[in-house]
Each structure stands twice: as structure tokens, then as C-alpha cells.
Ligand binder design. Structure first.
Ligand code: PNS
Length: 161
């Protein structure tokens, strides 16, 4: 079975992430969304919350699984026998960092191939940081994140919508 791993922090999941997950789910038999456990990053949402939000946003996609991982992605891939990483590319500015990560993962595990999926143009500007910034100022998140996640994200920033 051709499995693609889509790794990230997902703090929180955005419509841009969902766009990449749903397009990858049409290209691969299974998509494993791998949520990074990284306490040093001080995420706004706990690991459990990030996983639950992704599960809620992807429940209509039967070949998508949400899991968490810690440590090196290359090791996680080896442990599970996965070889394809999917990454979304929003703009040229993403490319340098993503290219560096792709080459590092390849150097650490030569079975790994990274497949880049270009962001849909409507989500090119979107990031988890932008979502948190808008939420902080009580802005409208309805075009930025899956609609079922809006109340949870607004509540985290002390606002009711
Ligand atoms: O959503 P993010 O924060 O941009 O995702 C980054 C992520 C999780 C894909 C990246 O930080 C990662 O793979 N971390 C695991 C540690 C690792 O393998 N680092 C070496 C690759 S450069």
C-alpha cells in the first residue's frame, strides 16, 4: 500500500493543511498525518487537542489517519516502514527550508522521498500563526480553518463567537 506521511505541528490545523491532506488522500492509498510532539515549541494547543481537531476536520476522508510522533521524522518513517513524506509548498519562501528538510531526511534515511504539493492559490497566505493572530483579535476565522474548529480556537484565545 502506498502510504504518504504528512508531518507538522498543526497548532492549529488550517484550511491550507486540510487542502493538502485531502489532495494527498486522492493521490495515495493512505495518508498518515503525523503530529509533532514538541514541548519546547510551547504550542497553543495540547497534542491531544491538535490530534482531536485534525480528526474532526478529516473524518470525511476514510483513508486518513492521525497519529503523533516525537524525535526525528526519519526515524519514525523507518520504524513504521514508511517512505513518502508529503509537504505543502505555499510560496518560494517556503522552498528553501522545505528543501533543506527534504535533503536532511534523505541523508538520515535514504528510503525517504519527499513529494511537494503546491498550495491552492486561495490558501497561499495561510498559516497556523496567522490563524492565532486573527483569533487573538477576535477576527473571523470562518475562511481560515475548518468550521467545526472555530469555537475551540476562539475559546482558547478567550473569545466567544
Ligand atoms: O508544521 P511545522 O512546524 O512546520 O512542521 C515541522 C516538522 C514537524 C515537519 C519538522 O519540524 C520535523 O519533521 N520535526 C521532527 C524532527 C526532525 O526530524 N528534524 C529533522 C528534519 S530537518
Amino acid at each position: 500500500m502506498q502510504v504518504a506521511v504528512y508531518p507538522g505541528s498543526f497548532d492549529p490545523c488550517t484550511n491550507g493543511h486540510l487542502d493538502i491532506i485531502s489532495r494527498a488522500s486522492r493521490l495515495f492509498e493512505k495518508v498518515v498525518v503525523a503530529v509533532l510532539i514538541n514541548d519546547k515549541k510551547h504550542p497553543a494547543f495540547t497534542l491531544e487537542e491538535r490530534v482531536e481537531m485534525l480528526k474532526a476536520a478529516t473524518c470525511h476522508l476514510s483513508n486518513v489517519e492521525i497519529i503523533s510522533f516525537s524525535g526525528l521524522l526519519a526515524d519514525f518513517m523507518r520504524q513504521h516502514g514508511y517512505s513518502v513524506i508529503v509537504k505543502g509548498l505555499r510560496a518560494v519562501s517556503d522552498f528553501e527550508y522545505e528543501f533543506q528538510m527534504a535533503l536532511t531526511n534523505q541523508a538520515l534515511n535514504d528510503k525517504i522521498e519527499t513529494v511537494f504539493i503546491p498550495s491552492s492559490s486561495e490558501f497561499m497566505f495561510l498559516s497556523s500563526s496567522i490563524v492565532k493572530e486573527v483569533a487573538k483579535y477576535n477576527g473571523d476565522l470562518s475562511a481560515l480553518v475548518p468550521k467545526e474548529l472555530v469555537p475551540k480556537i476562539m475559546n482558547r484565545f478567550g473569545k466567544e463567537k
